[in-house]
Every structure is written in structure tokens, then in C-alpha cells.
Design a protein around this ligand. Structure first.
Ligand code: ADP
Ligand code: MG
Length: 736
């Protein structure tokens, strides 16, 4: 490693662990099993926790029934087979103040791991057996192995870092710490991407000090500021990439200026409009309701994007029932007003077909000029393109899209297939984006660019009904502008949600269903989720429908909808339910997204705890879509606390954004970030919940850095960013 210049992370990444003093083939392999191949991997392998040895609990002070972390040396080990055949390993752990017993059941390998002389941290509940304090099956972190040469007391200091998963690889936390220390010492000062002024203004440590502070703190108080700086770096890299991505898009884009008149957005329902008015105006004035304030505001954002020469790249977030569809339709019509086409992509066939039906209905009164038609005007042509469309029809749709006789196409990811071409695609709306990857988003945009006469980038509106916390949105959708529909149409009553706890309350639930049906309304019953088996799920839905039709819901018209049914069967059932020929729809989660039947006023969710919070909120959003009071019942007894917390949260709140925050708290960020795009796996220390201030600061700094000149005079930073993305993205972002 070079000494002359501050070292770049890239150099660390190029330095193999085998260059370290005590790393031979065996340890190299062990490190590789922890994905630690370079000095950089080691430096970013952060301690799971630190033990402050100045605050250590003496073995003599352990309190019965409490959890404790105790550090001591193994002084005795025995293993024996019990009557039931299981192996019990019993060890004695001692420190200056005394000793206690630790027992392991069915973990025979502990006998080899915890040999005499090993020093380790034991974390678990203190119990008593034959009036002796003990722990059974505690979490163990081996700190110092049995070999004398590792007991170099100088590194124990007062604060000891504990590294994760070291037992499995046959490496002690102590050894890993040693390799990290050697890497840090030999690396010397590290290059710091953060400009000095910014660092000072944000009161952040420099990078070198921070790596030392987290791995080798002199005292406990060193850790937090070190962590802050390293978290900031993670966010900074992420935000730099997002800012660069945006800049690229803007530079390389050939956008469309759609003709859109802001006054048309204020066309009141029933107000005057004639055939010469824009489609947008005719559409909005033909509605029986006025836009909510939020819808009007968001349409303003969108109209500005559409009128601008840069392509729109916007995320529309809105809670279930907030009225996203009308916003999307208006954007699509603006494209038609400019003589172009529009595309709406939905995540499922059910939803695409539903969109098609409602679009056709909403737009049936609209016509556009067409010289080929005798009267000079024709209705809008809105067609479907999904995997289910038959070959002959499909060809007709493909032809219509190329020659421009189709104005709007609604579809699934089938829209992304190779042979789909447009005459002139002006606006794309993607519904329920969380189901689509970033690549799919880009692929659809490319359709407009590569495969239409105009060679321009269509404007893109991405809609999601699953509110995600602001911080998560900044990470996952950081390259999109955002608009939020934070208002429900007037007259909506909050849905009454209950969680029946006994038979009587469950009986009340079915009584409510019968009552609502008697009043002319409709109900959904959602069957339990069966992980990984649509077939089993379908079977249970079939059985549940029969059970209810013969039992609690006898005499009502009960229909069935599940994922194993043929598309045409599903359509048939949905149509019957919509028309009121069915009173109750027993369904699996196929109806989760977007289904809109305003007459439905009750939803019963069985084994509700099996569903995630966001999913429950989506399901509940199938009701409460008119001005009558709606009800949601959550059945089933959660087997664990998380399940109970979810159900209670739902009972307490109708606000999707508040629920999203709670969800983040329960599930942790891993799941949420699972949706994150490829090449963005750099968040190791950062927490979206706890580090919001750093995320916001990092975004500000990143935008400023990129705005100056796209980092073109900062090769060190580009070099660092390249570590976190694949070559393809790097070529895209950094080609000059
Ligand atoms: P989302 O897709 O956001 O869940 P939808 O667009 O399906 O919501 O709208 C939910 C329901 O509210 C639909 O029946 C729609 O017709 C109705 N709606 C939308 N906007 C308004 C409004 N401004 N006033 C009254 N009803 C509205
Ligand atoms: Mg919707």
C-alpha cells in the first residue's frame, strides 16, 4: 500500500487479505467464507457491538432472571450424552470475581470451540439450576482464542469490538480485529471525499479517524461520532449516484413539450366545454366530482413537467383511495392532446383488465378528430396488451400501436416485449411501481425513444399506493421527483377496523356482513396467505367458500376468486361482483392491488396476522371507496408479538404513511431495502429510521457536488463510486 498520497478505497479493495501478516491459505479461505477478500472488505466489516470493559458485569453480580453480557475465561469443559440421546456441553466460565456455568444442549461442537483458555462474551438470560447461577444456550462471541500468542493485552484496551459470525468461519472476533487493525495501520491516512468546509459545517470527523474510532476506539465515546461519519459516507455515495443518474437523464434526454393549458385543470364538473376543447378539459368537466385540493396540486406538478422540454420522471405516492387514477388519466390525455399515444402499465392481469374497463367507461364520451372517418371524429381507441391476449388480437394491437390508430394501451409487463413498437409514445404511467424493477421502468421509457418515430423520451409517471417512509423513498426512488396525494375525496368516513377476540365478536363480524348485504352493499372475505403455494391457497379458498356458503353466509350469493383460475373465469367473477350479482367475494390476495368496487363496504381478512402491514392496509383499502361507513375485520390469533403489533396498528390507524413508519420499525429495513436496485448494497451501518438527518444532509451535499460539474474534476470520488456499481452503470454514468 502506498504512503505518498491519501489512500483510496479502491486501493484497499485491490489489496487482498493474503497480503496481511498472519493470513495464509487457511485463514484466507475462512475470511472468504465471510465475504472478506480485501482490506476494504475488512474495514467495512463493522463490529456488531462493542463491550465496554470498564463497565463489565462481575460474574458474582449476576441477577437471576435478567439478561446479561458477561466476559470470562473458560476454565473447564465437559460433554455428556443425556438419557434422551442429546448432547449437553457444560462449561465453567471464570473471572477475577468468581465463576458460573454455561450449558449448551444439542450443540456438541461447542466442546471444540470453547476449550479451556478461550475468552469469550456470553449473552443470555441468567437462570438457576440446583441453586447455581447459569446460562443455557447463550449467544457466544469468542474474543480470544486458546493460543497464548493471541493474548496481546495491548489491544484489549477498554473497549472491545465484537465482529459478527466469526464462530462459523472458525475465526475469533479477536483475530478479525487483528486483521482490521493491521489493515488500518498499513493503510495510513485515507482519502476523504467530503470537502473540508462541508465536513466542518456538519460537524463530522474525517474518514481516517472514523475508521479507527469504530474499530479501535480508545473509549466508548469515540464510537458514535465515528459511526456518524461512516453512515454519512454510505448515504453520500448513494446520493451521489442518484444525482449523477438524474444529471445523465437530463443531459441525454430529448423530451417532449406537451401542449397543456393550466386553466384546463380547473375546469369545473359540468362546466362548458366543446369539441374544440382539449381532451383534458373535456374529461375533467365531464366528471361528476371536483378534484380534491391534493389532486389539483399534483396535477399542477405534472402539467409543469409535461410542458417542459425535459422528460417527466415523477413518483406519485397516494394512500389507497386517494384518487390516483384520475390524475393518471389526465396525464395520459395530455399526451393525446398533443397527437401522441399513452401507455398504462399495471402489475397484474386482473388489474390491467380492470384499468381497461374503467378507462373505457371514463373516456367513452371523448372523441378525437380523424379525417379517415366520415363524420370527422372517432371515439378514443383504448386497447389491452397482456400475456393473455390471443395471437390474432395481439397482432392487431401491435399494428394499431405502430400506425397510431390506437390512442391508449393498457397492459402488463407484456408491454415490454421486443416486438412492441409505437408511432409516438408521449406519456407512460406505471401503476403500483413497487412490483416493477428499475430496469423495467427504463425499458418502457426506451420503447418511446427507440421504437417510435419521434425518437423522444416519453414522460414517465410512476404511481404507488404503498406509502413508504420518506427516508426510504429518498433511497429507493431517489432519482424521481415526488408528488404526494395526502387527502381523500370529501365525505369519506374512516374505515372501522376491529380485531374480534372471542366467538361472540366473530359472530358479530359475520352478522355485519349479512347486514351490509341486506342494505344492498357487498363484502370481501380474504383467505389466509399460504407461503409459496398458490395451489394450496386456492384449495383453501375453495373450501372456505363452501364452508361459508353453507354456514355463516348461507343464503347469500358467494363467489370465488383465486390465482389458479383462468383469466376469463376471473373476469366473469369480477364482473358479477361489480354488477351485484354476487354479494360476497371469497378471494385470495389476487385482489390486493387496485380493485375498485365502490359498493363494497365490508372486508373480512382471515388469519390476518399472516399478512404484512402494508399488505393489510392495501386489502383494507378495497372498502371505504364511497361515502358509506365501511368495516374491516381482522380474524385469527397471532402466534407472536409482531403479528399482534401489526393488527393493533391497523385497528388504531387508517393512515398509510403512519403505518409504513410502524412497519419499518417492526420489520427492520432489510425487507424494505430488498426492493432496492442492484448495485446499491452499500448501506451497512446506516439506518433509515435513526439516521434521517444524515440522509438529508448527504443528499444536499451530493446535489451540490454534482451540480458543480458532474464530478468531472474529482477522479478519486468517481473511482470510489465505481466500487459500488457494476460496469454497465459506471459506463453510463461516467462516459464523457
Ligand atoms: P386509488 O387508485 O388512489 O386507490 P382511485 O383512483 O381508485 O384511488 O379512486 C378511489 C375512488 O374514489 C374511485 O371510486 C374514484 O372514482 C373516486 N374518486 C377519485 N377522486 C375523487 C374526487 N375528487 N371526489 C370524489 N371521488 C373521487
Ligand atoms: Mg388505484
Amino acid at each position: 500500500m502506498s504512503e505518498a498520497h491519501p489512500l483510496r478505497l479502491r486501493t484497499l479493495a485491490d489489496t487482498k487479505v493474503s497480503r496481511l501478516r498472519n493470513v495464509g491459505e487457511k485463514r484466507e479461505a475462512a475470511l472468504r467464507s465471510l465475504a472478506l477478500e480485501s482490506a476494504f472488505d475488512l474495514l467495512t466489516y463493522y463490529p456488531r457491538r462493542h463491550i465496554d470493559r470498564t463497565k463489565r458485569v462481575d460474574l458474582s453480580d449476576l441477577t437471576l432472571g435478567e439478561e446479561a453480557a458477561v466476559f470470562g475465561e473458560v476454565t473447564k469443559v465437559t460433554a455428556r450424552r443425556m438419557k434422551n440421546g442429546r448432547v449437553m456441553v457444560e462449561i465453567t466460565v471464570s473471572d477475577d470475581s468468581g465463576s458460573f456455568k454455561v450449558v449448551f444442549f444439542n450443540q456438541a461442537w461447542r466442546e471444540k470451540q470453547l476449550v479451556k483458555g478461550v475468552q469469550a462474551l456470553f449473552f443470555g438470560k441468567v437462570t438457576e439450576y440446583r441453586s447455581q447461577r447459569q446460562m443455557s444456550n447463550p449467544v457466544v462471541d469468542v474474543i480470544i482464542g486458546p493460543l497464548g500468542d493471541e493474548r496481546d493485552a495491548s489491544r484489549i484496551g477498554r473497549v472491545v469490538p465484537i465482529y459478527p459470525a466469526s464462530g462459523k468461519a472458525g475465526l475469533t472476533s479477536w483475530e478479525i480485529g487483528g486483521f482490521i487493525e493491521e489493515s488500518l495501520r498499513r493503510a495510513g491516512p485515507l482519502f476523504d471525499p467530503l470537502p473540508e468546509e462541508a465536513r466542518r459545517a456538519l460537524e463530522l470527523l474525517d474518514r481516517t479517524t472514523s475508521f479507527w474510532g469504530i474499530h479501535l476506539p480508545d473509549e466508548y465515546a469515540d464510537i458514535a461520532p465515528a459511526r456518524r461519519r461512516l453512515v454519512f459516507d454510505e448515504f453520500l455515495r448513494l446520493q451521489l449516484l442518484l444525482a449523477l443518474r438524474r444529471r445523465r437523464l437530463e443531459e441525454s434526454s430529448a423530451g417532449i413539450r406537451h401542449p397543456i393549458d393550466l386553466e384546463d385543470l380547473d375546469a369545473a364538473p359540468g362546466s362548458l366545454s366543446d369539441a374544440s376543447s382539449s381532451l383534458v378539459r373535456r374529461f375533467l368537466s365531464g366528471h361528476h366530482f371536483a378534484l380534491t385540493g391534493a389532486q389539483r396540486r399534483v396535477l399542477g406538478d405534472i402539467a409543469r413537467d409535461l410542458a417542459s422540454p425535459l422528460p417527466m420522471h415523477r413518483l406519485l405516492q397516494g394512500d389507497v383511495g386517494s384518487g390516483k387514477t384520475i390524475v393518471a388519466l389526465t396525464a395520459l390525455l395530455a399526451s393525446l392532446d398533443g397527437g401522441r399515444q399513452g401507455a398504462l402499465m399495471a402489475p397484474t392481469e386482473v388489474l390491467a383488465e380492470q384499468h381497461l374497463a374503467s378507462l373505457r367507461k371514463d373516456l367513452e364520451a371523448l372523441t378525437k378528430p380523424d379525417d379517415a372517418v366520415l363524420g370527422g371524429w372517432r371515439p378514443l381507441s383504448i386497447q389491452l396488451l397482456t400475456g393473455r391476449v390471443r395471437a390474432k388480437d395481439r397482432q392487431a394491437v401491435l399494428d394499431g400501436l405502430v400506425n397510431g390508430s390506437i390512442d391508449l394501451v393498457v397492459g402488463t409487463h407484456a408491454l415490454l416485449t421486443e416486438d412492441v413498437r409505437f408511432r409516438s409514445l408521449g406519456v407512460i404511467v406505471i401503476d403500483e411501481q413497487h412490483r416493477f424493477g428499475v430496469e423495467q421502468r427504463a425499458a418502457l421509457r426506451d420503447k418511446g425513444r427507440e421504437h417510435s418515430e419521434e425518437r423522444a423520451d416519453p414522460d414517465l409517471l410512476v404511481m404507488t399506493a404503498t406509502p413508504i417512509p420518506r427516508t426510504a423513498a429518498m433511497v429507493i426512488f431517489g432519482d424521481l421527483d415526488r408528488s404526494v396525494l395526502d387527502e381523500l375525496p370529501v365525505g369519506r368516513l374512516p374505515i372501522t377496523t376491529s380485531w374480534p377476540v372471542d366467538d361472540r365478536e366473530v359472530a358479530d363480524c359475520w352478522q355485519r356482513v349479512r347486514h351490509e348485504v341486506a342494505e344492498g352493499r357487498r363484502a370481501y372475505v380474504i383467505c389466509p396467505l399460504v407461503e409459496d403455494s398458490e395451489r394450496v391457497e386456492a384449495t383453501s379458498a375453495v373450501e372456505e367458500r363452501t364452508r361459508l356458503a353453507l354456514g355463516e353466509l348461507r343464503g347469500l350469493a358467494v363467489g370465488l376468486l383465486h390465482g389458479q383460475m383462468k383469466g376469463s373465469e376471473k373476469d366473469e367473477v369480477m364482473a358479477q361482483f361489480r354488477a351485484g350479482e354476487l354479494d360476497v367475494l371469497v378471494a385470495t390476495v389476487v385482489i390486493e392491488v387496485g380493485v375498485d368496487v365502490p359498493e363494497a363496504s365490508v372486508i373480512v381478512i382471515e388469519d390476518a396476522w399472516r399478512f404484512g402491514l402494508a399488505q393489510l392496509h392495501q386489502l383494507r383499502g378495497r372498502v371505504g371507496r364511497s361515502t358509506v361507513q365501511s368495516y374491516c375485520f381482522l380474524l385469527g390469533t397471532p402466534p407472536n408479538e409482531d403479528g399482534a403489533t401489526r393488527l393493533q396498528a391497523l385497528v388504531d390507524s387508517n393512515d398509510g404513511f403512519a403505518l409504513a413508519e410502524i412497519d419499518l420499525g417492526i420489520r427492520g429495513e432489510g425487507t424494505l431495502l430488498g426492493a432496492r436496485q442492484r448495485g446499491r448494497s452499500d448501506l451497512r451501518l446506516a439506518s433509515l429510521r435513526d439516521d434521517e438527518d444524515l440522509l438529508i444532509a448527504a443528499q444536499r451535499v451530493a446535489v451540490a457536488m454534482v451540480e458543480r460539474n458532474g464530478l468531472s474534476d474529482q477522479p478519486e470520488i468517481i473511482d470510489e463510486l465505481r466500487l459500488f456499481i457494476d460496469d454497465e452503470e459506471a459506463d453510463y454514468l461516467f462516459k464523457s
